[in-house]
Write a new protein. Structure first.
Lengths: 313, 583
């Protein structure tokens, strides 16, 4: 098992190097730079030129790349062009809201998605199955921002149950914390659970057609035992894969959620940095998110090996 | 015709202040004059207060008077009534994150909104856009008009406890002047600026100019705020990571990406002058003001409706009707804070280098279509044939615009294009799809250009890309943007009218516009200034540095119980001298 993990970790390194190269290139190929945004719309060519020189954006791209690699290799994520603050500090300041939403939304997605998928498969071709499938289809089809605004208008503006904007830290006010993350988590949970419902249902339906399930029933096992002891365990691998991607997807998907509900998290930091062409933030966060994806993939692979020993062979 | 007493006082007071400024900006001939005003106008060092009539004796120097004044008056803030509530919290929405706390670093930041409550200028504009003393107590001008001497008010301390001294004032102001375009212009008149005492400093001039006063009260561009050493010792290009000032509110907490909160500064020492726009006495009624960053406009509207936000400085036209009907919310269409909309054209690198082609584009343009496409109902905009923003002092005449502005004369435009020999040429129009107010008129421009004989290469992009493409002449011929505040009210501050200063690269081949600016900077009276601007407007409609559409108004929304907070001339809503009405 240890050898397997080491192999997987080593395989992740070239992926991260490749992602770094692509990230840097994409960020610099995109037209527009921070000097133009910083200067404001009243500024003319001379003003922009001056600011570009101040920021070092007039240096050759190769030189900028080498500087960036050197910094990143030593764990220095650089400084925001606009605020001058270190990217590490900015991320740290915004991690609490993002993690709260990711964990809350992820839990809700799993708690809704897997049981609903199981029930749908178990009661396939019944009204329960149809309802679950409609829920999943809507969850996939409805754009997150649209659903977010519907939730906002219904629960915050009309019924005044939850706040329309803002985040309260759990360390400041526990009640306020749950109220502030309720709607964003509901949005993430509903949209995230849609894939889980479909995947769980499909995976279990396939398992239910296997010979060993028929054998289990033939030997007189109860339906509950067939489902939980034989069906769910065998159908777990695809579900684990989806849960893994869901976790990573939630982390990147919070960009929309944080914007709609005005949560000051990492997602909004990315969105603002892209709009302002704040390269150090964009580069570092893209690298960070790519690393999270790689890490989640790694964990999923390890989970495979744990659930199915054939993978380790 | 009846005129209310307060307006009469305002006008007479304004005239007196102009006269006093004139006195302060003297030239060659020195005469003694007596200025009579009906009410104390406390803008001079020497005054005898004998209500109801005040007599001010001051040396008035004729010639070389430069008073850059613009715009019509804004309503005088009302005095706080019984219902005014001391205390409570106020929330102001910011549409974008605060990218730096140092307003000397960039103009492209929402930090200028909280800065208005936290930091102060040496002089500040009153409702007639006349510079009045704020941190300065008095000033005088030498007989040869080449030395300004200023004295600061006593006992003022920055929020970090540092006493305000002349050295801090000089270093802060020079930091601003070095950074700001207008400041650069002023420095060409200045020999040196030096502290002469704890609270006194001199500005020694190479040649007489009153632009110094305007530079101390400058709005639009960078703010000439007075800051402590902890801030001014850090180069403006780097930017300080704190916001410290002398204003009625001090920064309490800054949570990047979320909010900046200010609370009342107990050590605040207000001016004794009557509150008027940015000048005079400031009172911090609220205990705390939070500037909350809410990037999404739907979320901002939702937060206003629920009362989580009290002030929303911009409301899209689509929401106007909905918000107007919302209980507890007041919507304002602000007509003295407009923006000039237009199509900016490359005067140098493409077909528009020929003046006839620029004229053709302008005379074929249906400006109302463009304004309607951007802002909808006509209550949100006005067509305006003036070079400067309509409603401002120099924006109420149509001289030179006849036959060009909104003429919709496609036939004549075609003839001009033909005469220029560019019929059938390709014109590149940029359209920033993330900003419909500029993307929608791009469609009108496309139609107009095609109608007068051009092929159009329509490039849909985003705003950030457009700002970058503007630097490359081969990538564009036309883009759409807007300008407001001092830029739109004063030709001296309008970079699009200056030779080669802005992306339109106006060339002023005849030199008449540049000469006009030079004359305007040295004009000796309001009448002369007006005549010069009228001449410049004739040049504007002949040269067409850019195609001017008209003015869009800003729409704002506030919770109805927030009193006396308003926005004028591109400045943020004031949170000082504002209160929440008692329920």
């Amino acid at each position: 098992m240890t050898g397997y993990i080491i192999k997987r970790v080593l395989a992740a390194i070239p992926i991260l190097v490749f992602v770094g190269l692509v990230t840097f290139s994409l960020v610099h190929i995109a037209p527009g730079d921070a000097a133009n945004i910083m200067a404001g719309d009243y500024a003319g060519p001379d003003d922009v030129k001056k600011i570009r020189a101040e920021l070092g954006l007039d240096k050759p791209l190769g030189r900028q790349f080498i500087d960036w690699v050197k910094r990143t290799a030593t764990g220095d994520l650089g400084r925001s062009i606009f605020s001058g603050q270190s990217v590490g500090k900015l991320v740290k300041q915004r991690l609490n809201p993002t993690l709260s939403l990711t964990v809350g939304g992820g839990l809700l997605a799993v708690l809704i998605g897997i049981p609903l998928g199981v029930v749908a498969a178990w009661k396939s071709n019944t009204i329960v199955d149809r309802v679950a499938q409609v829920f999943a289809a809507l969850g996939l089809a409805i754009p997150g921002f649209w659903l977010g605004f519907i939730l906002l208008w219904a629960f915050a503006v009309n019924w005044r149950i939850f706040p329309a904007i803002g985040f309260v830290s759990i360390f400041d006010d526990v009640g306020g914390f749950f109220r502030s993350i309720a709607l964003p988590c509901l949005l993430l949970g509903v949209t995230g659970s849609a894939v889980l419902v479909r995947m769980t249902r499909a995976s279990l339906l396939e398992v239910f057609r296997e010979d060993y399930i028929r054998t289990a029933r033939a030997k007189g096992l109860g339906e509950r035992a067939v489902l939980f002891r034989h069906g769910l365990r065998a159908g777990a691998i695809p579900i684990i894969t989806v849960v893994g991607f869901l976790a990573a997807g939630l982390l990147t998907g919070v960009v929309v959620t944080e914007t709609v509900f005005t949560i000051p998290g990492v997602g909004r930091l990315v969105a603002e940095a892209v709009q302002q062409r704040d390269f150090p933030i964009v580069q570092s966060l893209l690298m960070l998110l790519a690393s999270v994806y790689v890490l989640v993939n790694l964990l999923v692979d390890i989970a495979y090996a744990y659930v199915d020993p054939r993978v380790r062979l | 015709m009846g005129m209310s007493g307060s307006w009469k006082v305002t006008i007479v007071g304004g005239l007196a202040a102009v006269a006093l400024l004139a006195a302060a900006c003297g030239g060659e001939k020195i005469v003694e004059r007596t200025v009579v005003v009906e009410k104390p106008v406390e803008v001079v060092k020497e005054k005898i207060v004998e209500k109801p009539v005040e007599v001010i004796k001051e040396k008035i120097v004729e010639k070389t008077v430069v008073v850059v004044q613009t715009a019509t008056a804004v309503p005088t803030p009302a005095a706080a009534p019984e219902s005014a509530k001391m205390g409570g919290k106020l929330s102001v929405a910011l549409a974008a994150g605060i990218s730096t706390l140092d307003v000397g670093r960039t103009t492209g930041t929402t930090a200028s909104t909280p800065s208005y409550a936290v930091q102060e200028f040496l002089l500040a504009y009153d409702e007639n856009l006349i510079a009045q003393p704020l941190l300065v107590d008095t000033w005088s001008l030498s007989q040869d008009s080449k030395k300004w001497s200023f004295k600061l008010r006593e006992g003022i301390k920055f929020h970090d406890g540092t006493p305000l001294t002349a050295e801090h004032a000089v270093k802060s102001w020079l930091r601003w002047a070095d950074r700001d375009n207008f400041g650069n212009t002023i420095l060409t008149f200045v020999d040196k600026v030096n502290a002469t005492g704890e609270l006194t400093f001199d500005v020694n001039m190479l040649e007489p100019s009153a632009l110094v006063l305007e530079g101390m009260a400058r709005i639009g561009g960078y703010y000439p705020v007075i800051i402590p050493p902890k801030m001014y010792n850090i180069p403006a290009a780097t930017g300080a990571d704190v916001m410290i000032g002398t204003g009625p509110y001090k920064v309490k907490q800054y949570l990047p990406g979320d909010r900046l909160t200010v609370d009342r500064y107990d050590g605040y020492k207000p001016s004794s002058l009557k509150a008027s726009f940015m000048s005079g006495k400031k009172v911090a009624y609220f205990d705390e003001v939070a500037y909350v960053i809410v990037p999404d406009q739907n979320s901002r509207i939702a937060a206003l409706k629920t009362g989580q936000i009290d002030i929303l400085d911009t409301v899209p036209g689509d929401f106007y009707k909905d918000l107007s009907k919302t209980a507890g919310v007041t919507v304002q269409i602000i007509t003295n804070n407009s923006n000039r909309q237009g199509a900016w054209i490359d005067n140098v690198d493409g077909i528009f280098k020929d003046k006839r082609v620029r004229q053709a584009f302008a005379m074929a343009y249906p400006v109302e279509d463009a304004l309607r496409a951007s802002f909808g109902d006509s209550q949100f905009w006005t067509a305006c044939p003036s070079m400067m923003l309509c409603g401002t002092k120099w924006g109420n005449f149509a001289d030179g615009s006849q036959g060009i502005y909104n003429a919709r004369d496609v036939a004549k435009a075609k003839q001009l294009v033909k005469a220029a020999g560019v019929e059938g040429a390709t014109v590149i129009v940029l359209s920033p799809e993330d900003l419909p107010i500029y993307a929608n008129p791009a469609l009108i421009s496309r139609k107009v250009l095609e109608s007068i004989g051009f092929k159009v290469d329509f490039k849909a992009t985003d705003w950030a890309t457009q700002t970058n493409w503007r630097e490359k002449p081969e990538l564009w011929d036309v883009f759409h943007t807007a300008g407001g505040g001092a830029w739109g009210a004063n030709p001296l501050l309008n970079s699009s009218l200056a030779k080669n200063k802005y992306w339109n690269k106006y060339q002023d081949e005849t030199g008449r516009m540049t000469a006009g600016m030079d004359k305007l900077a040295r004009a000796t009276s309001a009448e002369q200034q007006l005549a010069i601007v009228k001449e410049m407007q004739l040049v504007f409609w002949e040269d067409i540095p850019y195609v001017s559409f008209g003015d869009s108004f800003n729409t704002a929304a506030l919770r109805s119980d927030v009193a006396n907070s308003r926005t004028s001339y591109g400045m943020p809503f004031n949170v000082f001298n504002s209160w929440r009405e008692k329920k």
